[in-house]
Design a binder for this molecule. Structure first.
Ligand code: XIL
Length: 561
């Protein structure tokens, strides 16, 4: 009998060990705690204190993705454990992003959010084809206050959700890692802050198929001569739009930028919401970093933009000021920003996109600025900018007004009127966000540059990109190269066309895939910083003593859009 009991006890102990062993998924080497990775702080979006990631949403839905940081790679079973807490009851989730449109923007990505919302654990899956989740599940659970350990395991074809060590639900894996890896990120609803205290990558017992890859930047092989050397020789500035966090976190990005270009513009860092997020609060960090980079690399800076009807903070959008208050607020913004960069920002897009599209009659667009200050807000903005830095050259910038036609006629009339009234304006920016099927005729661009020259104005090409279908074949890249070349030739043909600026420079970080779904490849370096045919086309154009006309080119590609 005694022997029997002894055996029974041994059996129970064995079973307990074996049964719980199946449950023991451990952090893999290098995956013990990813919050300590330096990339999180580098981004500038996330406050990191003692290795805790504090991700505040402010007024916006914040979906953040760290493409500079570590990735989890797994062919089969793997897990992620996140110890999180949230300040409010609305959504605060960590994300696994298995496919990236580009950069760190959030739409058009394949993304799984796992987090807390209204007293439950939620799992939302986005497949990159729309704004709504394809799978949205909510699992009620106990113990969701304070620090909560959320764990997601992929086991075979299922996803298992666990809270504080206990399973609370399962769902079919909707395809969270189409390419076998995922970046980390977070999704936080307005006025909530997510705190990620710990983030680990787990593997089941005896698994060797899970790894953490570091967020290394791409390799880059420079080609000679750099575009900027040729541009210097031609007396023109050539450049691209930049983001400060790429400068900070992606060393190759800065290397290519500083080597190839002699002018830059901030893609977002000088916009109203970046610089002036609260009525009494200016944030100059990103803009300063860009200006400092430019100075360190002997580059000019275009300041984009003082007044635009987009990218505005909530305190402006929802403001109910009197006309006098509007005047004070806008004057304060322009005077403060322009004075801060006096002598350092050579050109300002004082007004961006103030004219309606041709379809709407090319009239003045109704915006908070025109409502608040009245139609002479444009005159005032130029005057105030000029007062703050009399040496800066001031531009009106718009899209769809590059060639000849209704909208460019309106721009022409507007700037002519400004000049006649003695308003200090020095140039017009032609944005040029183009596709193969929606592009102004190069000869029309020339005519437009010519008539602006006759007014005594400079012209800058300010935001050129030529988007291609995501699955574009070699033909498309050649046609794109021809377009880049034709517009640079057009600019080079006129003394008053003094800068040729692209909206980015590498397809790795371009706004196109997120804002124009189905399109990509709009710039002159590919996602691995390899120069594309468009790069060589610009180089050829700069190399030619005389610029070429359309007749010098072969038949253009009938590639559609
Ligand atoms: C775009 C940026 O590229 C995006 O990152 C941002 O989210 C929205 O603005 N015309 C302009 C630019 O003048 O400021 C816009 O930039 C693109 C269209």
């Amino acid at each position: 009998m005694k022997l029997y009991i002894k055996h029974f006890v041994i059996l129970v102990i064995l079973c307990l060990t074996a049964c719980s062993a199946a449950d023991v998924w451990k952090p893999i080497a290098g995956g013990e705690n990813l919050t300590t990775d330096s990339s999180w702080a580098c981004t500038g979006w996330i406050d990191v204190a003692d290795s805790v990631l504090n991700i505040g949403a402010g007024d916006e839905f914040r979906a953040y993705l760290n493409t500079f940081g570590p990735r989890v790679q797994a062919a089969g079973d793997f897990g992620v454990a996140a110890t999180i807490s949230a300040d409010a009851a609305n959504l605060a989730a960590f994300s696994l992003v298995g496919k990236v449109g580009v950069g760190d923007w959030w739409n058009e990505v394949n993304k799984l959010d796992v987090g807390l919302e209204e007293g439950a654990v939620v799992v939302n899956f986005y497949d990159g084809k729309g704004f709504m989740p394809r799978v949205a599940q909510s699992f009620p659970a106990e113990g969701l206050t304070g620090q909560v350990q959320l764990e997601l395991r992929r086991l075979g074809k299922e996803l298992i959700v666990r809270v504080n060590g206990k399973e609370i639900g399962r769902l079919e894996d909707p395809g969270i890692m189409p390419d076998g890896w995922a970046y980390f990120g977070a999704s936080v609803r307005p006025h909530n802050t997510l705190h990620i205290h710990k983030l680990s990558v787990l593997a089941p017992p005896d698994s060797a198929g899970v790894a953490v890859l570091t967020g290394a930047d791409s390799a880059y092989t420079p080609t000679d001569p750099p575009l900027r050397d040729l541009a210097d020789a031609r007396g023109i500035y050539i450049g691209g739009a930049v983001e400060p966090h790429y400068l900070r976190c992606a060393p190759v990005y800065g290397e290519v930028l500083g080597r190839e270009f002699n002018i830059l513009v901030a893609e977002n860092a000088f916009k109203f919401w970046s610089l002036h997020p609260g009525a009494d609060r200016y944030t100059f960090g990103g803009a300063d970093a860009i200006v400092e980079f430019a100075e360190a690399h002997s580059m000019k800076v275009r300041g984009h933009t003082l007044l635009w009807h987009q990218s505005m903070p909530e305190w402006i959008e929802k403001a109910t000021f009197t006309p006098q208050q509007w005047e004070r607020v806008i004057h304060d913004h322009i005077a403060t920003v322009v004075a801060r960069y006096k002598g350092r920002v050579a050109y300002w897009d004082v007004i961006n996109e103030a004219i309606n599209d041709s379809a709407a009659g090319g009239t003045l667009r109704q915006t908070v600025w025109s409502d608040g200050l009245g139609p002479d807000f444009i005159d005032k903005a130029f005057i105030w900018a000029h007062e703050a830095d009399p040496d800066a050259l001031l531009f009106y910038n718009d899209y769809g007004a590059e060639g000849m036609g209704g909208k460019s006629d309106q721009v022409y009339t507007l700037v002519k009127g400004l000049l006649e009234r003695g308003v200090p304006i020095h140039g017009v920016g032609l944005q040029m966000h183009l596709s193969l099927g929606t592009a102004p005729k190069p000869e029309d661009v020339r005519r437009n540059i010519q008539r602006l020259a006759e007014l005594g104005l400079q012209v800058h090409i300010t935001e050129l990109d030529v988007r291609l279908p995501s699955n574009a074949s070699a033909d498309f890249f050649e046609a794109q190269a021809r377009m880049y070349r034709e517009y640079l030739d057009a600019c080079l043909a006129f003394e008053n066309c003094t800068a040729f600026v692209l909206w980015g420079f590498t397809d790795r970080y371009s706004w196109i895939p997120n804002f124009q779904p189905g399109f990509d490849h709009a710039l002159i370096f590919d996602k691995e910083y390899r120069p594309k045919p468009a790069y060589f086309a610009l180089r050829d154009a700069l190399n030619m003593p005389q610029s070429l006309g359309p007749e010098d080119f072969g038949a253009s590609c009938n590639c559609g859009n």
